[in-house]
Every structure is written in C-alpha cells, then in structure tokens.
Design a protein around this ligand. Structure first.
Ligand code: NAD
Length: 330
C-alpha cells in the first residue's frame, strides 16, 4: 500500500521502517493532519496518524476524495478520529489495540514519585551545588490510599505497582476488572474515590462521558493536598479549574503527561518561541506541577510493538483479513 505517515519524527521512521521491511511504500511528513494538510494524502491508499492528527468530517471527506481508504492510527487512543464520518466516507480505521501497558503505568509511577520526593527540584539544585534539603520533604507512599480512574490494561498495571508499594486501592470504572479485584481494589462511586484518595491516577479514555471529569466541582470533592496524575488524555481535566485548585493550595501536586491543548505544541521544540498559551504558561509557574509532553508510551518495547502492529494492520487491510484492531463507530 502507498501510505502517508503524518506527524513523523526520526524515531517513528526508525521503528516503522524496521517493522515494514519493504512491505508497504511508506512516505513521511512532519505535518500534522488537519483541514489544510489533508490534501497532502492525495493519491495515497492509507494514512498513518498519531494522537494529535485530527480527522473530523471535512478531513475524512478530503482524505476519501484523494483515494484514502485506510487510516492506521499508531496509538491505542483514537479520540482524534470521527469514526462515524470515516464510515460514511468508506474509510476503515484501525488502531494499535495493545502495546506495553507497562510503559504508561510505570511512567505514571515515575511522575508520582518525582513529585512526592521533589526529584525534579533536587536535580536542578544539585547541578548548581545546592545540597540543602529544605523544600524537598516528601511522604512515604506506603499506606497512602490510591484512587485509579479507569482500571483497564494500564490502570490495572498501575494498581499492581501501587499494591507493591503497600497502598490501599480504590477504583472507579464502568466495569470492574477481576485483576484489580484480586489485588484487593475496592470499586467505589467517583465521589467516594475523590473524597478518600491521597493520590488519584487517571487511566480512562477520553469520551464524551469522561470529558472534564475533573472540573471545579469534582476537584473540590478531593482530599486537601491530593496528588493527581494524568497520563491518559488532557481532556479528562478542565485545566483552568485545575490551576485554580493548585493556586488555592487544595490540590497538592499534579503530574501531567497530557494536556487538553497539546495539539500543535507537544512533540515540537518551541524553545525559541513565545508561547501563546496562557494556561500552559501558568501551569509551568507552579513548583508542584510537573508536565511532560505525552511521553509515557515512549519505550523501546512499546515503539517496536506499535510499529509492528501498524504494519500488520496495513497488510491485513490490504489483503482483506479479519483484524480486531478495526474501529467501529458507536
Ligand atoms: P483500556 O481500554 O484497557 O482501559 C480503559 C478503561 O477505562 C476501561 O476499563 C474502561 O471500562 C474504562 N472507562 C471507559 N469509560 C469510562 C468512564 N466513563 N469512567 C471510568 N472509566 C471508564 O485502555 P488502556 O490501554 O488502559 O489505556 C487507557 C488510556 O490511556 C487510553 O485511552 C489513552 O487515552 C491513554 N494512553 C496514554 C498514553 C500516553 O503516552 N500518555 C499511551 C497509551 C494510552
């Protein structure tokens, strides 16, 4: 298949080329897919997308008009795709249904401990030969109540790691995961999880039902001093409400690998530009907010599986084979 790979970085190319081994014709562009750049796919049978390439109705229409009939999303999350529009335009959408959930869960724990023990601040201090400890006081994690919102593949691994730390586990999900129940997790309504958790980690997908699940009202229900970790999708949190809760001192620490306005910023070097995003700039001013640019998935193991699955998805689509990574609307 002729495939245009959007939003490409050197590492995408390395892993995709290795997995492809000449099976498909992969052409790469650094452009992100949007209304303007959809025309670049004219004449291609497939496009390969990442999390901040968005394909709404007009983009789907433009892709289909140019001959695209397959979208291979190289991530598990696919909230950037309008699946109903894809179906109307005869485009089959596929994703990477599974890759190392350890990558994201382990990263969430990394954010948690960095914030808790102020490792990010210690790193900066010691590089300037400042060896004072004042301001670096943390807590034992052992015994702290951890709330997991979304207890699927990643949430369950995160829960298992926190169980290893000796933390009581609370879960909130639309369905209970037997693996989490085995760890002793207690499933509770969201309000109870908010009230009782010392640490809350988000692992639910971005859906209409989870959009701004964390807002002024729900943040006010959390324990004073709560730590919130989000490695899922930025849209789960109303960032302005989060800033107000950090500013007031109610929320004690925040680790964000995702941000609701990350599109066009994350995965880019903007270090020599003035950032035109007041909310992002405000987030950066808090010493107890740690932001990373959607890197939780970024391990060698995850990148290998993502690339291999993406190539297999393209081959299955080309040869009309059944594939459980096909996404359906509704
Ligand atoms: P999964 O489908 O295995 O688990 C998601 C869980 O969320 C399921 O148990 C589901 O029942 C639950 N859920 C659905 N709707 C819900 C609701 N309204 N309220 C509460 N729970 C709800 O997915 P996963 O592989 O564990 O991935 C979780 C999310 O992590 C993905 O959707 C993606 O957005 C995000 N992710 C982020 C990165 C990163 O690099 N930061 C990488 C991979 C995935």
């Amino acid at each position: 298949m002729r495939v245009l790979v959007y939003d490409t970085h050197s590492y995408d190319r390395t892993f995709l080329d290795a997995a492809n081994a000449g099976r498909h014709q992969l052409d790469y562009t650094t452009a992100q897919l949007d209304h303007q750049t959809a025309a670049l796919a004219e004449g291609y049978e497939a496009v390969c997308l990442f999390v901040n390439d968005y394909a709404d109705e007009p983009v789907m229409a433009r892709l289909a008009a140019g001959g695209v009939r397959v979208i291979a999303q190289r991530s598990t999350g696919y909230n950037n795709l309008d699946l109903a529009a894809a179906e109307r335009h005869g485009i089959v959408c596929m994703r990477v249904g599974y890759y190392s959930p350890y990558a994201v869960a382990e990263f969430a724990v990394g954010l948690l401990q960095t914030l808790n023990r102020r490792i990010h601040r210690a790193y900066n201090r010691t590089r300037e030969f400042n060896f004072r400890l004042a301001g670096l006081l943390g807590h034992d994690i052992h015994g702290r109540t951890v709330g997991v919102v979304g207890t699927g593949k990643i949430g369950a691994i995160f829960a298992r790691i926190m169980h290893g730390f000796g933390c009581p586990l609370l879960g909130y999900d639309v369905r209970e995961n037997p693996e989490c129940l085995e760890l002793g997790m207690t499933y509770v309504p969201l309000e109870e999880l908010l009230r009782r958790s010392d640490i809350i980690s988000l692992h639910a997908p971005l859906l209409p039902s989870t959009h701004h699940l964390f807002n002024a009202e729900t943040l006010a229900m959390t324990k004073p001093g709560v730590m919130i970790i989000n490695t899922s999708r930025g849209g789960l949190i109303n960032t302005e409400a989060l800033i107000a809760a950090v500013q007031s001192g109610h929320v004690g620490a925040v680790g964000l690998d995702v941000y609701e306005e990350e599109e066009g910023k994350f995965f880019r070097d903007l270090s020599d530009q003035v950032i035109d995003d007041e909310v992002l700039a405000r987030l950066m001013t808090f010493p107890n907010v740690l932001l990373t640019s959607h890197q939780a998935f970024f391990t060698y193991e995850a990148m290998t599986t993502i690339a291999e699955t993406t190539i297999q998805n393209l081959s299955d689509a080309e040869e009309g084979r059944e594939n459980s990574n096909v996404l359906r609307a509704g």
